[in-house]
Design a protein around this ligand. Structure first.
Ligand SMILES: [Mg+2]
Length: 294
């Protein structure tokens, strides 16, 4: 496939997106298991950064472990943590109305952040990937922002949809943000999560690694690759989720990914593939044995 650009070296650290990059639904994408295995064998730091706020970092590490990717909770960073840090730093003491699923609400609770459904009390409306979003929630947000003119709007992530197996997807946070912006005329004061470079600082906290020696790997130009640009990192776009080759050609040169890969294990340089005896069909044999799905 033309347009594919593969790395010729290993990086000091690897940051991976999850949906569309490591797995689709409950299935690992081709090459993931042996790539992560090889990076672990080489003791290279690996982190997982997801904008998806519908699970806790613990639930993500549990899922990765079930899929055969041994992962600790501290190796997972998601937009829920980014939201808590943003509110605590910029609006301490604010009363929040979360349009969000349980992990966001639970994280706000454990951070001691007050919450309310009374529009006259709300300082911050949080728009998130919320599969129980409805007219009642939209009305509360509208009243807090437009009628009482007191609340600001913050989004957990800018993603339009979350990729699912079979080419399908699920409307994500951008849809909830758009609904609120459309009726109130406001715009988000902040959208945390990728491509905010704070996500990289959080992921590399406690590791003595310069982001410039690391590579960000993901399937979406507007979040994963944009994050790498904002953080001054190399990036690899995998064509297994959202963005396709024609999208790459449409962005300006300094916003393009460093590498474009049709399968994620191409992060391992070709000479090492040969040393390891890898081929694309040998990975398929692993899949036949049931590795990489739950
Ligand atoms: Mg993704």
């Amino acid at each position: 496939m033309s347009g594919i650009v593969m790395p010729e070296k290993f990086y000091a650290g690897y940051l991976f997106d999850l949906d569309g990059t490591i797995y689709l639904g409950d299935h690992l994408l081709p090459g993931v298991a042996r790539l992560i295995g090889e990076l672990r064998r080489r003791s290279v730091p690996v982190r997982f950064l997801t904008n998806n706020p519908t699970r806790t970092p613990r639930e993500y590490s549990d899922k990765l472990n079930r899929l055969g990717i041994p992962t600790s909770v501290s190796e997972v960073v998601n937009s829920v943590g980014a939201l808590i840090r943003w509110i605590t730093r910029h609006h301490p003491g604010a009363t929040v109305f979360p349009i969000a699923e349980r992990p966001v609400v639970a994280a706000l609770e454990s951070a001691g952040i007050p919450m309310s459904e009374d529009p006259a009390q709300i300082d911050v409306v949080v728009a998130s990937y919320d599969r129980s979003f409805d007219y009642r929630k939209l009305q509360i947000a509208f009243d807090a922002i437009w009628y009482h003119r007191r609340a600001i709007l913050v989004g957990t992530n800018p993603d339009r949809y979350c990729p699912l197996p079979g080419g399908r997807g699920e409307p994500d946070c951008a849809a909830v943000i758009a609904a609120i912006e459309a009726c109130t005329g406001t715009t988000c004061a902040a959208v945390v999560g990728k491509p905010d470079p704070e996500m990289v600082s959080e992921a590399l906290a406690g590791v003595d690694l310069d982001p410039r020696s690391c590579v960000m790997v993901g399937d979406r130009l507007s979040t994963d690759v944009a994050l790498s640009v904002n953080a001054g990192m190399a990036s690899a776009l995998v064509l297994t989720g959202d963005s396709v080759l024609t999208d790459v050609r449409q962005v300006v040169a300094d916003e393009r990914p460093t590498y474009v890969l049709d399968r994620i294990d191409r992060l391992v340089p070709s000479p090492v593939w040969r040393e390891l005896g890898w081929s694309e069909s040998s990975e398929k044999d692993d899949e036949k044995l049931g590795v990489g799905s739950i």
